[in-house]
Write a protein that binds this ligand. Structure first.
Ligand code: GLU
Length: 294
C-alpha cells in the first residue's frame, strides 16, 4: 500500500519553526516512499482563522521547497460533510446537546478532575442528564454537541504508534468530547478523523501534544467504519529556555527568519538534522537556540 501523509495546520497565525519541522517530517516520509503528501487547512474556527494566514501557509511551504499533491482541502468549505457524520451519530442516539459555558464546566469540575485530550477538564456530564422535554425547551439556545461516551464506547480498540507499537485506546478517559462546538457546527476531533479517512491518509505525523487526542479519534473511526492510519507523534521544538514554540514567538516564524536572510536550504538543513534519525519519544526535546532577530 502506498503511503499518504499530510500536514494539517490551522491558519490562526504564521508558521513557525515547529510547524516547518512538522511539515517537513510528513513531506519527507511521503517523498522517501514515493507516496503522496497532502496539505489541509483546518480553518473551522471562524474567530481565529484568517485568509491571510492561509495564504501565508502556502507561500511559506513553497519557500521551504515543499510541494503537495492534489488540491488543498479547506475544511470550512466542507461543513456539509461533517454535518452528515453528526446526523449519523445522532440517529444512533450517540450525541446530546450541551448548553454549558466554559465557566460552568470549570466551576463544576473539582480541582483533581482528570484532563481531556486538549488538556482541558473532562466534562462532568451535566447536560447528559437533561430530559427530552428540557432539551426541546432549550433547542433555540446556543449549544455544543457532545458524544455520549458511555453509549458510544467500544472496548478493545487499539492503534499503532510507530515508535511504540500497539497502544490500547482509552477514549472513555476523555469523557463526552465535543463534536460540534457552540460557535462552529463541527469540531477538531470530528474534522480531523473524517478528513484523514476521506483523503486516504495512511500515516499521521503530528506533534506529541496531539497524541492523547488519538484515543477519542480511534473511537470515532470505529463508530464511522473509517480506517485507522498509523500514528507517528513527533517531539515539539522548544526555544532556548525549553519553552515550546508557539505562534506568539514571532522571531521563529518562517517569515521573520526569511526576512532576516535565512535561506530555505539553511532552514531545511537545520530541521533535517532534527528529523534524522527520528528521535525516541522519550528523548528531551532539542532546543533551537539563537533564532536570528526579526
Ligand atoms: N490543525 C491542527 C493544528 O494545527 C493539527 C491537526 C492534526 O495534525 O491532527 O494543531
Amino acid at each position: 500500500m502506498s503511503i499518504v501523509t499530510r500536514f494539517a495546520p490551522s491558519p490562526t497565525g504564521y508558521l513557525h519553526l515547529g510547524h516547518a519541522f512538522s511539515a517537513l517530517t510528513a513531506w519527507r516520509r511521503a517523498r522517501a516512499a514515493g507516496g503522496r503528501f497532502l496539505l489541509r487547512l483546518e480553518d473551522i474556527d471562524p474567530t481565529r482563522c484568517r485568509p491571510e494566514y492561509a495564504a501565508a501557509i502556502l507561500e511559506d511551504l513553497a519557500f521551504l521547497g515543499l510541494d503537495w499533491d492534489g488540491p488543498v482541502r479547506v475544511q470550512s468549505e466542507h461543513l456539509a460533510d461533517y454535518a452528515a457524520v453528526l446526523d449519523s451519530l445522532r440517529a444512533r442516539g450517540l450525541l446530546y446537546p450541551c448548553f454549558c459555558s466554559r465557566a460552568d464546566i470549570q466551576r463544576r469540575v473539582i480541582a483533581a478532575a482528570p484532563h481531556g485530550p486538549d488538556g482541558g477538564p473532562v466534562y462532568p456530564g451535566t447536560c447528559r442528564a437533561l430530559s427530552e422535554a428540557e432539551r426541546a425547551a432549550r433547542a433555540d439556545q446556543p449549544h455544543a454537541l457532545r458524544l455520549d461516551m458511555a453509549r458510544a464506547l467500544i472496548e478493545g480498540l487499539t492503534f499503532e504508534e510507530e515508535a511504540e507499537g500497539t497502544i490500547a485506546a482509552d477514549p472513555a478517559r476523555f469523557g463526552d468530547v465535543v463534536l460540534a462546538r457552540k460557535d462552529t457546527p463541527t469540531s477538531y476531533h470530528l474534522c480531523v478523523t473524517h478528513d484523514d479517512a476521506l483523503q486516504g491518509v495512511t500515516l499521521v505525523t503530528r506533534g506529541e501534544d496531539l497524541k492523547q487526542a488519538t484515543h477519542p479519534h480511534r473511537l470515532l473511526q470505529a463508530l464511522m467504519g473509517w480506517p485507522t492510519p498509523v500514528y507517528a507523534h513527533h517531539r515539539l521544538l522548544t526555544d532556548g529556555s525549553g519553552r515550546r514554540l508557539a505562534k506568539r514567538d514571532r522571531a521563529t516564524t518562517l517569515r521573520a527568519l526569511r526576512a532576516a536572510g535565512v535561506s530555505a536550504d539553511e532552514l531545511r538543513d537545520q530541521l533535517n538534522a532534527l528529523t534524522d534519525p527520528p528521535p525516541a519519544l522519550t528523548d528531551p526535546p532539542p532546543a533551537l537556540t539563537d533564532p536570528p532577530p526579526e
